[in-house]
Design a protein around this ligand. Structure first.
Ligand SMILES: *Cc1c(COP(=O)(O)O)cnc(C)c1O
Length: 406
């Protein structure tokens, strides 16, 4: 349906978990009762003030929310156009936005009496956030991680172990994030009685995409309030990086019905979206299919085989994208663009030099797009980019890319 025929972009998904023709619940019969139990518990919690009061307390005292909305004055001056603000979610405990969502799911698990938490992780950020919250609540934590990633991301593997988690290297398939998610789903079916599956992005079968979005929407709700305080009006543009799409959905969601707000998602263009699929731009360079329980845009070859893609940023390395983004793309409510490794690296360096902030490589993609568009926008154009993670984890990757010996 074209954008101007839609009354609200905030009412989805429908009862079958669909955003237009995307999303849904493509799961085996054995998984269905687990999903329905989770959905029922989430519906109850969502309308329960005491659930949100507990979330607020943890967000404030454990995570460190609200994160600041920061006017990047030197970057703004350097670009010479739009007034650039950064939503500082990299200041959260554990260094990224992942913990916003993990807290919500683990409070749900506690309500359901589950004592064993499983998660999938790629670069390890979601695994670390899950291991952290499990330690805090004394829950058993098992993290599935592609064998290849276990090798590449050894500091995060050690962090998870320090926090008491068991890290299971996944060798099935090609031993990547996609395979780790498949193994986690298999574990869940086998260990229903005590296990809760904590998914790290707005993917998976319904209700995960909507539930993770609702937990991450704290980012957008705060931004709205903070921008009203700072400027007395709404922002003109929002820009966020997309792996599975959770930090972006969190920032975008509360603004979807404010049509004056331009919304831009930035995918990982790797070595270029036309070059032999050496990228992770599912919307810009993929096509619709079904993966991990939902229909969305996927990186796939002519036979429908899922491709792994490439990005300098391990956190953007997911071959799909949340179904709500696929729908926002098709309706035209949001725009999606791709940024290459090289452009992200330049943005990374500029952010260090001008703002004294070492960004993660994921939000460096968002920043690279800001650098492209801000100079041509008027000075009273208010632009917010989501600084969804800090760069400590990426310094070795950056050193390698810059040819620096450490
Ligand atoms: C995991 C991660 C991402 C990608 O996940 P989304 O669900 O797209 O947000 C992006 N940035 C950082 C810092 C991450 O840790």
């Amino acid at each position: 349906m074209p954008e101007d025929l839609i009354n609200s972009f905030m009412s989805g998904p429908d009862e079958r978990g669909r955003f237009g023709k995307f999303g849904g619940r493509f799961v085996s019969e054995t998984l269905m009762p687990l999903i329905l139990e989770l959905q029922a518990e989430y519906e109850r919690a969502k309308d329960d003030a005491s659930f949100w009061a507990e979330m607020d307390d943890l967000w404030t005292h454990y995570v460190g929310r609200p994160s600041p909305l920061y006017h990047a004055a030197r970057l703004t001056e350097h670009l010479g156009g739009a007034k650039v603000y950064m939503k500082r979610d990299e200041l959260n405990h554990t260094g990224a936005h992942k913990i916003n969502n993990v807290l919500g799911q683990i409070l749900l698990a506690r309500r359901m009496g589950k004592t064993r938490i499983i998660a999938e992780t790629g670069a390890g950020q979601h695994g670390v956030a899950t291991a952290t919250v499990c330690a805090k609540f004394g829950l058993k934590c098992v993290v599935y991680m592609g064998a290849h990633d276990v090798e590449r991301q050894s500091p995060n593997v050690f962090r998870m172990k320090l926090l008491g988690a068991e890290v299971v290297p996944v060798t099935s398939g090609r031993g990547t994030l996609k395979d780790a998610m498949n193994d986690a789903l298999r574990d869940w079916v086998t260990n229903v009685h005590d296990t809760f599956y904590c998914i790290g992005t707005v993917a998976g079968p319904h209700p995960y995409p909507a539930m993770v979005r609702d937990f991450q929407a704290i980012i957008g709700h705060e931004t709205r309030r903070q921008m009203m305080e700072a400027e007395g009006r709404l922002p003109d543009s929002l820009v966020a990086a997309i792996g599975g799409g959770s930090n972006a959905m969190g920032l975008f969601f509360p603004f979807l019905d404010d049509r004056s707000v331009r919304i831009i998602g930035v995918e990982a263009g790797g070595k270029g979206v036309n070059a032999k699929m050496e990228h992770c731009a599912s919307l810009t360079g993929g096509r619709p299919g079904v993966l991990h329980g939902n229909r969305t845009y996927l990186l796939q070859d002519e036979d429908g085989q899922i491709l792994e893609g490439h990005s300098i940023s391990a956190g953007l390395d997911y071959p799909g994208i949340g179904p709500e983004h696929a729908w926002l793309h098709e309706t035209g409510r949001a725009e999606y663009v791709a940024i290459t490794d090289a452009e992200a690296l330049e943005a990374f360096k500029l952010c260090c030099a001008l703002e004294g902030i070492i960004p993660a490589l994921e939000p460096s993609h968002a920043l690279a797009h800001v650098i492209k568009i801000a100079p041509d926008l008027p000075r009273d154009h208010l632009l917010v980019m989501n600084m969804c993670g800090r760069g400590d984890k990426d310094i070795f990757t950056v050193a390698r890319a810059l040819g620096v010996e450490m």
